[in-house]
Write a protein that binds this ligand. Sequence first.
Ligand SMILES: Cc1cc2nc3c(=O)[nH]c(=O)nc-3n(C[C@H](O)[C@H](O)[C@H](O)COP(=O)(O)OP(=O)(O)OC[C@H]3O[C@@H](n4cnc5c(N)ncnc54)[C@H](O)[C@@H]3O)c2cc1C
Length: 637
Amino acid sequence: MSDNDINEVEHLACDVLVIGAGGAGLRAAVEARLAGKSVIVISKSLFGKAHTVMAEGGAAAAMGNVNANDNWQVHFRDTMRGGKFLNNYRMAELHAQEAPDRIWELETYGALFDRTPEGKISQRNFGGHEYPRLAHVGDRTGLELIRTLQQKLVSLQQDDEAAGESESKLQVIDETTITELFIEGGAVKGAFGYRRATGGFMAIAAPAIVLATGGIGRSFKVTSNSWEYTGDGHALALRAGAKLINMEFIQFHPTGMVWPPSVRGILVTESVRGDGGVLKNSAGERFMFDYIPEVFKAQYADNPEEGDRWYTDPDHNRRPPELLPRDEVARAINSEVKAGRGSEHGGVYLDIASRRDAETIRKKLPSMYHQFKELADVDITAEPMEVGPTCHYIMGGIEVDADTAASAVAGLFAAGEVSGGMHGSNRLGGNSLSDLLVFGKRAGEYAAAHASGAESPKLTEAEIAAAAEDALRPFGNEGENPYALQSALQAVNGRLVGIIRKAGELEEALTELAALESRIANVSASGGRAYNPGWHLALDLRNMYVCSVATAKAALERDESRGGHTREDAPGMDPEWRKINLVASLEDGEVRLTRQDVPAMTPELLGLFETAELSKYMTADEYGTATTDPSTTVEEA
Ligand SMILES: Cc1cc2nc3c(=O)[nH]c(=O)nc-3n(C[C@H](O)[C@H](O)[C@H](O)COP(=O)(O)OP(=O)(O)OC[C@H]3O[C@@H](n4cnc5c(N)ncnc54)[C@H](O)[C@@H]3O)c2cc1C
């Protein structure tokens, strides 16, 4: 039997297919199974190996365990401020309201969070959050989250067995990459993929699909993301007819490792700053005090003494500027390095050694301690770390309905990092783990509901054969090596679409990307189909390409600076741009951009902010109708 014999295709079927086994995918799978549906979860990497497992700092939820003043309204306000008011307000509202329940629910599934002295779930400070809000397990929160959700999956499988089912109705297939979605009449009906280990093909019929594939970070060389984050879900959705929004907004986390070169980009958790670490330049100055933007001046300390007092007395002092939202801190580091005040290897210093005792550091930041000791031979209890910005997260993603997580394609849902809107132009730390729990659950629930009313779809041999032919094309090509092409793509993005952008450079990026298009279409793979990472990368490249074009086009169009999009030639936020989402779709294989209104916040939610604050972001006609209720002002709510 030849390699590409159609008879080798495995045929599977389920009610709800979940693509991605990170936090969003697993939470969706649990919900869909609890709703009585048969579920298949597919994961490109090993089961359990997802971004979620790498999450360090914690999950943001206004439980009020450490500061009783916290509540969903304060969390909502922080999230909108962090996103510079471009967020889909309804997603931010649902997220703030439901995150505490999603965390407590994890406890009922068996999660063991760190505790306060009174025995409640402990919560830590993070940038942009007014109160300590991140439920955590040391600096290994994602590991506990994934462990717990996997355990829940196993218990649901055991329930199936106890109920006498011959096979569980919740199946997990790992090391399998989905390369195509099947669409008929504007609705999804299944997916096609290959097993990485054997190269064998698989076709899965399903009336409802949840995309939970994470981000795009591997389109940049310096990134905290791992190999599988190649924008697959974003690209699958585009090709299926769904839309992407806000693709210009990419988060460069301020603190990645910068030395040695082999580990450049690996994340240094924000918890280091949340737990007292400060940023210094080569002159030993705490430079963040020079970078507090006008819109945040009221909330951040303007001197080190007040900033330091805040750690023990947050009710009477303002936060230190090291805890500004990530976009602000990343830009500040970039400016210090550019001004010649950087560290030896092109970053700045992050110092916790002079601020906390060695035992506290080792207890609160065990992974960071080991990471620096083992990878850089630096003892963070005795010396500062060298850090610099690293591509970390994409705020842009599949446009979804806030309540149902449904995309524009019938039966196609999205949750977690692959979806867009929730975080506006910049995500606050900790808001991703809570986002994926809240919207993972919703996606599972509504996908199950969609499947209930749907007929079992049929996949045709012709469409399966076409998907197989596409997947095998690199073996017949005589083009370039996929690794060389990935490097070329990363170089364009890093040089021209990075942390600071200019119109001329973005135009250059689009020209260079266009030149890469045919080279990527002609990428070649050699060898057999079993365990062939070169072939796998060849298939991923077209996804990275289309995401990169969407980002560069939107970054060129948005001539203002906001959150994770900084235009040197258009500094400052423009209130007119705040009203606009840039929406990408695919027409005849080309990425097209359209402008779409950002949904207007309800008067009740506008009323949670003071007019003076809204006036910094919005035009007068937008906030003019806001009635500021004195009982819910920024200080009191
Ligand atoms: C080092 C690090 C630390 C972080 N710390 C925090 C933190 O403390 N708090 C916080 O809120 N956020 C944090 N984040 C961000 C957060 O972890 C991620 O945004 C989040 O986990 C994304 O979850 P997800 O479920 O959307 O996707 P992921 O967890 O990324 O999972 C994606 C899944 O999709 C699969 N997949 C991808 N493509 C395909 C395909 N084609 N076919 C089949 N499967 C596919 C992958 O194999 C994987 O199973 C951190 C991120 C990193 C990198």
